[in-house]
Design a protein around this ligand. Structure first.
Ligand code: WTA
Length: 647
């Protein structure tokens, strides 16, 4: 079980990079930190210079806080850098993507084959009238057509908006609407724990709800029967049949949008985080190369879903711009058995493996016998991302998966940062279980108090970023005010506020503790409490709802809902099920509350604000402390009783 956060700084274990690792590491000189700090523009421009540009930039950075422009005047294309750049080298016939479907079918695409598919699909999109600047929504599971679609969009300058395949039709519809997409790319169905998921039916529902969709392109994945709407729906394979394998890439300005990615904020409405072509690509290229210590012969596997930022940056754009071999898996880690991932590590001789703490805690719970069935000796580096990793899970990962010989990079970053920001460099950094260690070279971070003053070593406060970085978001789609207010207004216009609490220690190591706002992190997925509350109050029986994230041993946090019913309705196990189902339908099964507690009232302050801290304490079975500031202190005790009697 996770140690309480306060105990983190008592963590005294230290792990030096092993000698054999250091001997071969790409980055060994600790002086890179000083050099990058002194000339961070020069630092980033050296990485930029390793990429292909149609036209070189005139200036590295223009910083009018909080608006940054990177590589001004530069022209490039992301698909050229992820694909074409490698074709004139020995990488031409190297595996770019090794894909495995859940049923066990496989597909390997060399860089040359990937190039052909991307170019053909770029021509398909152009033939449907998609132009530079048009947004394209992609609603696909983890199949090769997903990165192919993304790169084809990049090729013609059409920003993609990938919506996680597990999101509900309602969630998809609101993202289609907000982005103004006319094209939707989806598939007939796919597999999850052996079950067929009817993706096309869900896409149809979303297209109908949102309006605006003119063409739906359907990949045949599962072969299930799907109705095709004449004039609107088109089969991917039919479109591709006649498409030529050469499509001229659009010359994109460095600051042109590459993609948008919706993420949960503190309000009910998800926000479209906008990333650009030049800065984003340089940021993910550099961090993939250094953080994962990529070598030419490596097989690299990030087990995230491409529907989240981790997959965009560290399955698609980072690895492919580096010419790496990246593994993709369609299905569930426990299918057909709980050793599936380890079986794949052995099968492909994976060298670098990147996953989330929630997965690691799940593997711990399943037991060591599953990894023990396989030869994991190919692994040389392990990564973690998405939430704080508790030291016990870190140490287990190191010992059981890494055989005690693999450095672990615990990488802190966000959808908004686009790239890894705080992380060890595996050939340099001595690691401490539970700490993401230090900012990547060229990045400046601090732990600040309410007033924007750095807290003393050992102290806790708010994580802050003190300098622009190339992959930073440029705006929230259609809402620049929200960009300014949300990220650059806590202290001043030059200091970025990520919304995380953190501590730092005497060595300047960062310990990220988790969100300090109304965003929760459920099994590595970001959800807003407001989003779930709005879903609940859509149910006719619900008058008011308050949702909090309660600690959970495997998922990190789970949503717990406190619900006031309208008069004439009574709480029951059946209604609890119905409400959970409602949330799954409106958002996604990920957001389904772990518990729904019916209550006649919610604890409120005198100004009428729901006291969430108290709800969290109740859900976590903690002492309630002082409730005298409440307008209705008796509610606290009633709720506690209701909660425990029902548990
Ligand atoms: C959390 C995922 C602690 C954090 C890349 C952040 C982490 C949010 C770590 C962003 C880490 C991510 N240690 N916490 N190594 N990595 N987080 O946008 O709360 O899905 O604000 O991006 O995840 O989640 P997002």
């Amino acid at each position: 079980m996770a140690k309480p956060i306060e105990a983190l700084l008592d963590e005294r274990r230290r792990y030096r990079p092993p000698e054999e690792f250091v001997a071969r590491a790409n980055v060994r000189d600790p002086d890179v930190y000083r050099q990058a700090d002194e000339d961070f523009e020069g630092f980033w421009s050296r990485f930029a210079g390793e990429l292909d540009w149609f036209r070189k930039w005139d200036r590295v950075l223009e910083w009018n806080p909080p608006d940054a422009r990177w590589f001004i005047g530069g022209k490039l294309n992301a698909s050229v850098n992820c694909v074409d750049r490698h074709l004139a080298t020995p990488r031409k016939n190297k595996a770019a993507i090794i894909w495995e479907g859940e049923p066990g079918d496989t597909r390997v695409l060399t860089y040359q084959e990937l190039s052909r598919e991307v170019n053909r699909f770029a021509n398909v999109l152009r033939s449907l009238g998609v132009k530079k600047g048009d947004r394209v929504t992609i609603y696909l599971p983890m199949i090769p057509e997903l990165p192919i679609s993304m790169l084809a969009c990049a090729r013609i300058g059409a920003p993609h908006s990938v919506v996680f395949g597990g999101f509900s039709p309602t969630a998809l519809a609101s993202r289609i609407e907000d982005s103004g997409s006319r094209i939707l790319i989806t598939c007939d169905g796919y597999y999850r724990r052996g079950e067929l998921i009817p993706q096309k039916a869900r896409a149809d529902e979303a297209a109908q709800k949102s309006g605006g969709i003119e063409k739906v392109i359907v990949v045949r994945r599962a072969g299930n029967d799907v109705p095709m709407q004449p004039g609107r729906d088109l089969w991917w394979h039919e479109l591709m049949e006649g498409a030529r394998g050469v499509a001229a890439p659009e010359e994109m300005d460095a600051e042109d949008m590459l993609f948008m990615m919706y993420t949960s904020g503190t309000t009910g409405k998800p926000k479209g985080v906008v990333h650009t072509t030049g800065g984003y690509l340089v940021g993910v290229y550099a961090t993939t190369k250094w953080v994962f210590d990529l070598h030419e012969e490596d097989t690299y596997w990030c087990s995230a879903d491409i529907g989240w930022i981790t997959g965009h940056s560290y399955i698609v754009y980072g690895p492919l711009s580096n010419g790496a071999t990246t593994v993709m898996y369609e299905g569930s880690p426990d299918w057909p058995d709980k050793d599936r991932l380890w079986q794949m590590v052995e099968r492909y001789r994976v060298n670098i493996f990147y996953t989330a703490p929630t997965a690691i805690r799940q593997f711990m719970q399943w037991g060591e016998q599953y990894p023990a069935r396989h030869d994991l000796s190919s692994l040389r580096l392990l990564g973690s991302v998405g939430e704080p990793i508790n030291p016990e899970a870190w140490v287990w990962y190191h010992r059981v998966i890494g055989g005690g010989r693999c450095p672990i990079v615990d990488t802190w970053w966000q959808t908004e940062t686009g790239m890894i920001m705080i992380t060890p460099l595996p050939g340099i950094t001595e690691t401490k279980p539970g700490s993401a260690t230090r900012p990547f070279p060229g990045v400046r971070a601090a732990v600040l108090d309410e007033n924007g003053q750095p807290v003393p070593p050992g102290g806790g406060g708010y994580l802050a970023l003190l300098r622009p970085w190339p992959a930073m978001l440029r705006t929230i789609w259609g809402d620049h005010d929200r960009y300014v207010a949300q990220y650059w207004s806590r202290w001043n216009r030059e200091t970025y506020y990520p919304g995380d609490g953190a501590k730092w220690d005497e060595d300047g190591y960062f310990w990220v503790l988790g969100r300090v706002d109304d965003v929760m992190n459920v099994a590595g997925h970001r959800l807003s409490t407001m989003e779930i509350e709005s879903a609940l109050v859509e149910h006719p029986a619900v008058a008011e709802a308050a949702v909090i994230g309660a600690l959970h041993p495997i998922k990190g946090q789970v949503p717990v809902a406190f619900v006031i019913l309208k008069s004439g309705h009574a709480g029951s196990p059946a209604l609890e099920q119905e409400l959970k189902q409602k949330v799954a339908e409106v958002i996604s099964p990920i957001a389904r509350p772990d518990r729904v507690v019916f209550t006649p009232d919610l604890p409120k302050t005198r100004s009428g604000k729901i006291m969430r801290r108290l709800l969290r304490d109740i859900a976590e079975g903690k002492e309630l402390g002082d409730v005298t500031t409440l307008r209705n202190p008796e509610v606290a005790e009633e709720l506690r009783m209701a909660f425990t009697s029902h548990a």
